[in-house]
Design a protein around this ligand. Structure first.
Ligand SMILES: [Zn+2]
Length: 242
């Protein structure tokens, strides 16, 4: 299938991560998933899992969505339906619903990892966020990681209750400020001309395309589940919401 502008999906979650429902038109249906002209479903990326939920047809049929993945083109999104479900028609209008409880946990944990990355001062060598726990891997000596200290200092920053902001800069501006990129394993996406940053004023500023809470007080607090070595350059800190 040829890729053209019509296959690009407007990413509504980028401007408003709190959208729980929306309507959209079907652009394509193929074995890898359903593509829409706009979506509130976050596709897996940057360590954050893809959203789940459902697409509702006008006739009342419900198509469960088990996962959301990026397509080949920039900003293309594939909504992966449960097997054996009826397929929507091209051009059909659907109502989108995400599993909000799951997504909100991902948003809180994701934002918590931004805060924690400012407590552990070391390059980040990996990360992952699932609904019940999140982790970052650091290139650091084990002896410098203290679970109680990380928990205490992260929670002290969360208690500041700072509003988060989305900031866009050009690729050139990012090149001029390489210190912004903490994560060695995930380079920010290039080629679109601009890069999205998450700013937590006074705490963190780094490229990120994920979904975050509006105010870090929504995280509530975190606890450190475990710290362990995953190799010479990977010391893993795993957290859950308190
Ligand atoms: Zn983020």
């Amino acid at each position: 299938m040829p890729l053209n502008d019509a296959m690009i999906t407007a990413l509504l979650f980028r401007d408003d991560a709190y959208l729980k429902t929306a309507s959209a038109r079907v652009l394509a249906v193929h074995e890898l998933g359903i593509e829409l002209d706009r979506t509130i479903f976050y596709p897996m990326g940057g360590g954050q899992l893809g959203d789940t939920g459902a697409l509702l047809r006008a006739n009342g049929e419900r198509i469960p969505i088990l996962d959301t993945r990026k397509g080949d083109a920039i900003d293309s999104v594939r909504h992966v339906p449960a097997p054996g479900m009826p397929q929507p028609e091209i051009g059909e209008t659907l109502t989108l619903e995400i599993d909000w409880q799951r997504r909100y946990s991902l948003m809180r944990l994701h934002t918590a990892l931004h805060v924690m990355s400012c407590v552990v001062v070391a390059p980040v060598s990996g990360g992952n966020i699932s609904p019940d726990k999140g982790r970052l891997d650091f290139d650091i000596d084990m002896s410098l990681l203290d679970a109680k200290r990380i928990e205490h200092e992260t929670n002290a920053l969360i208690a500041r209750g700072v509003e988060t902001e989305t900031v866009w800069i050009s690729d050139g501006e990012l090149d001029a400020r390489p210190e912004l990129v903490k994560t060695m394993s995930v380079q920010p996406p290039r080629g679109a001309g601009r890069v999205r940053l998450l700013k937590i004023p006074g705490i963190d500023l780094q490229p990120c395309g994920g979904t975050h809470v509006r105010n870090i007080s929504e995280i509530g607090g975190i606890r450190v589940l475990k710290i362990r070595s995953e190799g010479k350059r990977n010391k893993r800190v795993e957290i859950a919401l308190a």
